[in-house]
Design a protein. Sequence first.
Length: 239
Amino acid sequence: MQRALKPVGVVFADKPAGPSSFALVADLRRRTGARTGHTGTLDPAATGLLVLLSGAATRLAPCFVGLDKRYITDVDLTTTTSTGDAEGERGEAHSPPPQDELEVALERLRGEVELPIPAASAVKIGGERAYKLARRGITLEMPIRRSLVYALDVIAYTGSAVRLELHVSSGTYVRAIAEALGGHCTSLRRTAVGPFRVEEADFERLVNVADTLDRLPEDALDRVPEEVRASVLALAGAA
């Protein structure tokens, strides 16, 4: 059965830890009865901003998926894990780097960086999701992904752990950055997607599509043909 194209709008959700991103998509779909999609998921343990699209607005997904992201993460510097976060199997403990060495490592991770994609990811290896292979104990040689780290700042440092604030390009794995520091993420919160901030989140509110598109940069808008955008706005009653 084809899902309804209305209501048309955008929902900013603040995902709690626990449920998957797809659980929020399904919840919104049940509520509206409309076609529903996401513009980039978060791991179940992560929290923060999800941008969801309702009805005909799902046709605008390419406008959102390439937007830069902002995060806050806590990193345990004493051990790595098999997944890059607290869900994985812990490796052997080691001494954390002193603060001056940590800053040198952080500096190497600013700008354009190339890091391996975490094994516990949805990237397909030989036609199968990497995380499924990893769960079966299959050792993987993960592909390298090039990312842009616009900002990587220390908020707090305890010696054994560090809290970081990041501004990164789309597709950057924060877990990979934690692993490059010799640690793993113990918490991860997405605070922004492009111009949209988690403080705007209200899962009950359907935001006007025209107002949302007005906030996007031109290069993001250009990812969807103008006639498609016009048809979505017409369905939304905004054109």
